[in-house]
Design a protein around this ligand. Structure first.
Ligand code: SF4
Length: 428
């Protein structure tokens, strides 16, 4: 992998972009040609307490702060709507932070604003990311009665001791009760995040988690992630002090990953992406799938990120700036960047690896201008056969290289390498 002149490395999660000194001018240019279809991301930054492994924690909020933030979000949604009057919204994702901590009245108002101001697709997927504690019946009813049709639950593990060690206050029984409440309503897909590579997590503990999810609940999906721990986080400190066992090493993690793939396959789970499994036909995980293909994304809320056309946008991360710009009737932007010309090819690589778990050099190259297609195809062909020789891909069939298990385990690094190789066609 190597850096780029746009700063940063091309990856599944992000793409480098040359900084635009005038974010508002870039926004005006972007919305002058609004996309026909887009996804919408609404960021809720607060959490009631910190999970010791989490890099996203930004503090908690009291009742007055929750109300003020929700009112600003509503204002931002209304102010932005006219710019996207002709855009069909395929998915709405309330992410965080803890969206399930929004007061019930705010959940109701935000959802009604969305419905009245935006052109939601008939099958629009509306996801609310939820934490276990604090998501009570009133909040759940406010969400379900106003269009939420998917919950993404941060379970991480059902093991009570491990949950407590991670700073999660709720125990196994509470998690199961909440899942029952959500699935019992029969109105929404309910997917749970399960982590592997946790400190002290044995294969038996992971199997227990997967068996609980598959056999002991009516969950519709599982997102299966590896824990990547930043050294400055509280959990890393505990491990350094010897208060927690060390994280499993690379090969131990690969074994956990393999075990989980086998177990979920055996249980008949349908794979939607390299880290997401559907247990019920209702579960589509459409937002993440469209994100993987780097579809246009309209951002809302403090610190939210989005992209439209060749631009990426970052919203104000500080509350005072967010409030001032929103009250002035402006999009609360803090930064913008212009993606390099290889972005469309990179998006194809990310989409294929994420959702199809393969890469077809010819299909990828067809996203490039005609005069560069052959170079992109050749660069990818060379990179893919090298990665196949190292065991990350199977030999090609019908033109596409399919990820092996090792490739799926290392999908992030594989994606970066392929994106950087494709991008070199623009420099040669
Ligand atoms: S609830 Fe989610 S976002 Fe908040 S600290 Fe825990 S893991 Fe992080």
């Amino acid at each position: 992998m190597r850096g780029t002149r746009h700063g940063g490395v091309r990856s599944l999660m992000g793409y480098p972009a040359a900084e635009e000194p005038e974010p508002f001018a870039a926004w005006d240019r972007a919305v002058s040609r609004p996309p026909r279809e887009a996804i919408l991301y609404i960021h809720i930054p607060y959490c009631r307490s910190r999970c010791s492994f989490c890099p996203f924690y930004r503090g908690s909020a009291d009742e007055r702060e929750w109300r003020e933030y929700a009112a600003l979000l509503e204002k931002e949604l209304r102010q932005t709507a006219s710019l996207f009057a002709g855009t069909v919204i395929s998915t709405v994702y309330f992410g965080g932070g803890t969206p399930s901590d929004l007061p019930p009245g705010a959940i109701r108002r935000l959802l009604r604003t969305l419905k009245s101001c935006y052109r939601l697709a008939n099958d629009c997927e509306i996801t609310l990311e939820s934490r276990i504690d604090g998501f009570d019946e009133e909040r759940i009813a406010a969400a379900l009665e106003n269009g939420v049709n998917r919950f993404s639950l941060g379970v991480q593990t059902f093991d009570t001791d491990l949950r407590r060690a991670l700073g999660r206050t709720s125990d196994r029984e509470t998690v199961l009760k909440l899942i029952e409440l959500l699935t019992g309503a029969g109105q929404a897909s309910v997917a749970a995040d399960i982590l592997y590579g946790l400190p002290g997590q044995t294969p038996k503990m992971l199997l227990n988690d997967l068996d609980t999810a598959v056999k002991g609940t009516a969950l519709s999906g599982i997102s299966f992630y590896r824990l990547h721990l930043h050294e400055k986080l509280p959990l890393a400190g505990k491990i350094r002090q010897g208060l927690m066992p060390a994280l499993p090493g690379e090969e131990e993690c690969f074994e956990l990953f393999s075990l989980a793939e086998d177990r979920l396959e055996e249980a008949g789970a349908k794979r939607i992406s390299f880290k997401h499994f559907s247990l019920h036909p209702r579960e589509r995980d459409l937002h993440n799938e469209l994100s993987a293909w780097k579809s246009p994304c309209i951002p809302f809320g403090i610190g939210a990120g989005g992209r439209i056309g060749v631009w990426r946008f970052g919203q104000a991360g500080e509350f005072d700036l967010y409030r001032r710009l929103t009250e002035e009737g402006r999009k609360p932007l803090a930064s913008a960047g212009r993606f390099p010309a290889d972005h469309a090819a990179g998006a194809r690589i990310a989409g294929q690896l994420n959702c199809r778990m393969n890469c077809d050099p010819e299909y990828t190259a067809s996203a490039a201008p005609e005069e560069l297609r052959e170079k992109v195809r050749k660069n990818l062909e060379t990179a893919l056969s090298g990665l196949a020789a190292k065991g990350f891909f199977h030999p090609p069939r019908f033109g596409a290289y399919r990820l092996t298990r090792r490739g799926r385990f290392q999908c992030g690094a594989v994606a970066s390498e392929l994106m950087e190789c494709a991008a070199r066609a623009w420099e040669q």
